[in-house]
Design a protein around this ligand. Sequence first.
Ligand SMILES: [Zn+2]
Ligand SMILES: [Zn+2]
Length: 301
Amino acid sequence: MEKQTFLEMAWSYTRVLVLVLGTLSAAAIAAWSAVQGMVGWQHVTLFMVAALWIRVSITLYNHRYFTHGAYQFTPLGAYTLKPLLLFGSGMAVQGSTEMWRGAHLKHHQYVDDWSQDPHSPNAPGGLLSKMWGFLWAHIFWMVYLKSVSKPVPSSQPRGWLEKIYGYDLTYILFGPILAGSIAWLLIGWLGVAWYFAAVCVTLHVTWGVNSVGHMWGSRPFPTKDCSRDSWLFVLLSPEYFHNAHHAFGSSARFVHKTWQLLFDPEYLLLVACLRLGPLSLVRDIKVPSAEHVRRRRQTLV
Ligand SMILES: [Zn+2]
Ligand SMILES: [Zn+2]
């Protein structure tokens, strides 16, 4: 890990504190407004739309497309679906897409190596270390984000839209500031609080994959890391099929049994976007064969 100067550390702590406390405050204001009876259908709708939009965008764009190249966009999809997903990625306040990709690739490369994985919860030691490991993997790793993960160039094609969401300053302008302004224009300041409440919830859902997803749950695939399928949280995001994801990193599908498809609706959305004939929005969806999945259940890799 690169050593940071005092000023860099102070800035890193400030950044993370503003993000965590700011979004928590927004969630508290939203909850308070609900208790006071100040909330209408429009606030709840805005919250649900923002949370769902962010959830779909992070898993389909940041993770499955931009980081792992698990599918591609058709020319039509590049002008329709992709901008929608990029805006959702910006709304999420999870860092620029380049930084997100850099941190996640490093996670896959050094998974659960405490000294090299950007957010492994597996701190060596006893119970106290385990508690610190959870907090580290959930939030505190971000303080060191800049020093542990440099942006890694992607092989995906980049237009001006990708560049906007690929840099810290521009994604903040076209992500949270633009989304917050739209919420304000639509329903005023309380709308802004409800939008950032959605950001708060989705941030913890994503961070939980790093912490919970490597601590609690089942391991249907014998990977060399500690990744888990955390069934308790799969309704929040299919990302919680995290053991399956580590077993098949470049798969566009996070579940590998037919009845489990209901828990990965984002994959079903991809398939629907593929099957639109001449109006298909995506192409080249990668999934492992049934035989590969069967063998992988019995092979430690
Ligand atoms: Zn992982
Ligand atoms: Zn991944």
